[in-house]
Design a protein around this ligand. Structure first.
Ligand SMILES: [Zn+2]
Length: 442
């Protein structure tokens, strides 16, 4: 079943030719402040209403909220020091699974209930997978499918981390400034982990790539891009980004005013000004090494968006020249901002459509490039070439300049990262509990 989806005026994804709306879930695009939570946003996932059973569960994933689970899945030392691999299924006590409503939907739970937590983790995972299976135009198989048909989605509040590993996606939360921040209510974090599953499935596991330092940076960057584009399917995220900037993402980018762009962590993370020469002497955290590539991807999204604004006649060509001139002189930014405020106010819906088109164009380019890229030497520069080839096939190379220029600006292909300077720790998303499989212990 290939998933075709379109964004409807209500911001809901419609699935399949007949526009079936699927099953409703309420999700938080951002971790809610538990003291004063905003309203979660209602979205649809592809499974027709009535086909998702208690858990929630369907043919690809099921959700459990274990009671008194001793620790998270992964590699642990037994009392005798022997390593033991703790993996699904959890067959012990669990909280009562979230039940579908009479209409088959899962949008009827109060936000502070275990059922809401379970529905939120399942809904966020399914929503992200739907979006990216739409971009790939096919089902994305689990990388652990030899051992498990389905992903076990699990909530473990006492663990201050979130993991996607061999057969499981597990999320906890952390105390910060006396407040508990639940990762299982954070769409970004769940979508990021689903991003890792997509890369493991399409490119392969770290063990097969451990000689390629950029593999780890690529993993993190693509996990961020997966979360970024999925986040932009939330009405609230898209609207706040455009309302905050009037679409003048360029200036905010150029002037590194990232924080003002959006209160969405993913956007703030992607909009960065890191370059490869910062890593020639080595790196210690793959999340940082990823930033020049993620930044290039965000800049490509901004340029594609501008192209669509021009094509749709929503901004005059002079503004484009002004942006280029802004390159050297911040003084232009206020003039440019006034113009963007004026044109955005004239047609906010048009700006939104232009951003949705750019979002889906980049999603499709990434989905086409990854399989091509998987058969080559894993490097940021090779991925850039794969994107250019995917664009050549999709548009006859219309966006070659945009892709090429934004990779060059980040010095990708000019400077290679030096060695890993520090052994990966528990915050590393590779070579840890996330990537170990039973075969690694044979
Ligand atoms: Zn990660």
């Amino acid at each position: 079943m290939t998933l075709e989806f379109t964004d409807t005026p209500s911001g809901m994804l419609e699935f399949g030719a007949e526009g079936r709306l699927g099953t409703r879930f309420r999700l938080y695009p951002q971790t809610p402040d538990l003291d004063d939570p905003e309203e979660p946003e209602t979205v649809y996932v592809s499974s027709p209403a009535g086909t998702i059973s208690e858990g929630p569960a369907d043919d690809r994933m099921y959700t459990v909220f274990p009671i008194d689970k001793p620790t998270h899945y992964g590699l642990h030392d037994e009392s005798n020091g022997e390593p033991v691999l703790f993996l699904p299924p959890w067959n012990n006590d669990i909280f009562i699974p979230a039940q579908p409503g009479a209409d088959g939907h899962f949008d009827h739970f109060e936000p502070d209930t275990p059922e809401f937590f379970m529905a939120h983790m399942f809904g966020a995972t399914r929503f992200t997978l739907d979006i990216w299976e739409g971009y790939f135009g096919r089902q994305i198989d689990w990388h652990f499918r030899d051992d498990y048909d389905r992903l076990e989605i699990s909530i473990i509040p006492k663990v201050d981390n979130a993991f996607l590993g061999w057969g499981f996606l597990e999320a906890g939360g952390m105390e910060s400034e006396g407040k508990y921040s639940p990762f299982f209510l954070n769409f970004d974090i769940i979508a990021h982990e689903v991003g890792h599953a997509i890369v493991y499935s399409e490119i392969g596991m770290p063990s097969a790539h451990d000689e390629e330092p950029e593999y780890f940076g690529f993993q993190e960057s693509m996990a961020d891009v997966v979360a970024l584009l999925a986040s932009l399917h939330f009405e609230s995220v898209m609207t706040s980004l455009l309302n905050n900037t009037s679409g003048n993402l360029y200036t905010y980018n150029k002037l590194s005013r990232f924080a003002e762009m959006s209160d969405n962590n993913q956007i703030r993370l992607a909009a960065n000004d890191r370059v490869m020469s910062e890593f020639v002497d080595g790196w210690d955290d793959e999340h940082k090494l990823a930033q020049p590539l993620t930044g290039a991807m965000f800049d490509i999204l901004v340029d594609l968006f501008h192209e669509h604004l021009l094509e749709l006649g929503l901004i005059p060509p002079e503004m484009e020249e002004m942006s280029d001139r802004l390159e050297g002189d911040p003084a232009y930014s206020s003039i440019l901002q006034d113009d963007f405020d004026k044109f955005y106010a004239l047609n906010p819906e048009g700006f939104k459509r232009a951003m949705e088109t750019a979002r889906d164009q980049l999603g499709t380019l990434v989905a086409d490039a990854i399989p091509m890229f998987g058969r080559r030497q894993i490097s940021f520069a090779e991925f850039g070439k794969a994107l250019e080839e995917a664009d050549q096939e999709l548009t006859g190379g219309q966006n070659y300049k945009i892709i090429h220029r934004n990779f060059l600006i980040r010095e990708i292909g000019r400077f290679d990262p030096g060695p890993r300077l520090k052994k990966p720790d528990k915050h590393s998303h590779s070579l840890t509990d996330r990537t170990i499989s039973p075969r690694d212990l044979e």
